[in-house]
Design a protein around this ligand. Structure first.
Ligand SMILES: Cc1ncc(COP(=O)(O)O)c(C=O)c1O
Length: 424
């Protein structure tokens, strides 16, 4: 697989390099030089998730990774289902929250961990990352138990929810977690300082397992095929997919699926009040506002870092951005959407509720709608319980960790201490 840096197309790398490096020169994103057209989509859709995903990823990545290795990577990464649930006539939910950390990030994170373990070369690897909550859990669970990969996660002590903390600070093994006596920005600054320290970087093989890594996106492509596979055949014909969007990685993956030949009529980018993209699509003007806090906080992004990849795909496929649907909901509208879903017998959370409502507003006669549910309702327990006036039991995956003791170390906001800790 050949990839180029969107900012500097002369910088070209293969899959292994793109996975190891994460980003190109000037923070440029890597993008596949070609995306093949898959034949016999119906036959592909008839296969089970893992087998089908092995074929899709094999076609994308090519022979750079031997087929048996790639198969093992996919099998180890995709260990949980992505069921489609019917919400009402012609409207379906794709549930991406049945993995170990109950969020869609489990697909991309787990495949990235497998990819990195495969292409790492010799030498030690240390994944260092700062988290304000969810990313830490996805990274910790994805890399847990992988040989010769150490993971160190920094988080602000007392500033993430106790439940979030339990989910990734109870694993042990190759996962070390450090509660820093400072805020999240300080944690991020410590991580940055570590990456700026060339000697340290080389000594411990620092890697960021960054969310922009191409391996994550490729993994996410597979669940769009899984959704189509589960829909009744007649409902696949005029399929419209609504994607709750923050950094637009999920939408990019959907567009790659369409480029591969998956028959999706159109996409809708659904956002909260951080609506840079819906405004851009209406006015042609890119004018991000200051980011505002919303109920769907994982989408509180006003400068989506995957947007250049979306534009690149439209340009290369000769598609017009006018074909991309979009819509934005404020918090009051999000609450109303969540209640409307619940009244139909479907329990969701704010991100999925936004994708549902924007879809409903824009779906035309004769079309089938699918919206992505990116997190388990229990991950947004407080708001869901308040809005719906219900009590949500903890799902097994959360409850299990909740009962375990915390294994975190504690540290002041002091780079010298962190350096010594990393070298230990
Ligand atoms: C629950 C949830 N929904 C939606 C999104 C948005 O996804 P993307 O950043 O790929 O647009 C995120 C991103 O972190 C998320 O955590």
């Amino acid at each position: 697989m050949n990839l180029y840096n969107i900012k500097h197309p002369e910088e070209q790398v293969n899959f292994a390099q793109a996975v190891r490096q994460g980003l190109g020169k000037d923070q440029g994103l890597f993008f596949p030089e070609t995306i093949p057209q898959l034949q016999n989509i119906d036959e592909l859709l008839a296969l089970p998730l893992v087998e089908r995903s092995q074929k899709i990823l094999g076609a994308l990545i090519g022979d750079e990774i031997p087929a048996d290795k790639l198969s093992a990577m996919v099998k180890n990464a995709f260990t949980f289902p992505a069921p489609v649930a019917k919400v009402e006539d012609h409207i379906y939910a794709l549930e991406l929250f049945h993995g170990p950390t109950l969020a869609f990030k489990d697909f991309g994170g787990r495949f990235m961990a497998q990819a990195l373990a495969t292409v790492r070369g010799d030498g030690k690897i240390t994944i260092l990352t700062a988290t304000s909550g969810d990313t830490g859990a996805a990274v910790a669970h994805a890399f847990y138990g992988l040989e010769n990969i150490e993971v160190v996660i920094l988080y602000p002590k007392g500033k993430i929810s106790p439940l979030q903390e339990k989910l990734f600070c109870t694993l042990g093994g190759n996962i070390r977690t450090v509660a820093i006596n400072a805020d999240f920005d300080a944690c991020q600054a410590l991580v940055k300082q570590a990456f700026d320290d060339t000697e340290l970087r080389q000594a411990i093989g620092l890697n960021s397992a960054n969310s922009i890594n191409i391996s994550r996106l490729l993994a996410q492509v597979c669940y769009y095929f899984e959704a189509a596979a589960q829909l009744p055949k007649a409902e696949r014909e005029n399929l419209v997919v609504s994607v709750p969007s923050g950094n637009f990685g999920n939408l990019t993956a959907g567009l790659i699926a369409k480029t591969l030949g998956l028959p999706i009529k159109r996409f809708i980018a659904s956002t909260n009040a951080n609506d840079t993209v819906p405004r851009y699509l209406k006015t042609g003007e890119w004018s991000p506002n200051a980011t505002v806090a919303t109920l769907s906080n994982a989408m509180d992004v006003s400068r989506p870092n995957n947007w250049p990849r979306v534009e690149e795909l439209f340009k290369r496929n000769g598609w017009s951005l006018s074909e991309l649907g979009s819509g934005a909901l404020n918090d009051a509208e999000t609450e109303a959407a969540l209640k409307a879903q619940y009244a139909k017998g479907y329990l969701c959370e704010p991100h999925g509720a936004i994708a549902y409502d924007v879809l409903k507003l824009q779906l035309k006669d004769g079309e089938t709608g699918l919206f992505l549910c990116t997190a388990h309702p229990a991950k947004f327990k407080e708001s869901v319980e308040r809005i719906l006036d219900i009590e949500l039991p903890l799902p097994e995956a959360l409850d299990k960790h909740n009962k375990l003791p915390l294994l975190s170390d504690e540290m002041d906001n002091d780079f010298a201490q962190l350096r010594a800790y990393l070298l230990k």
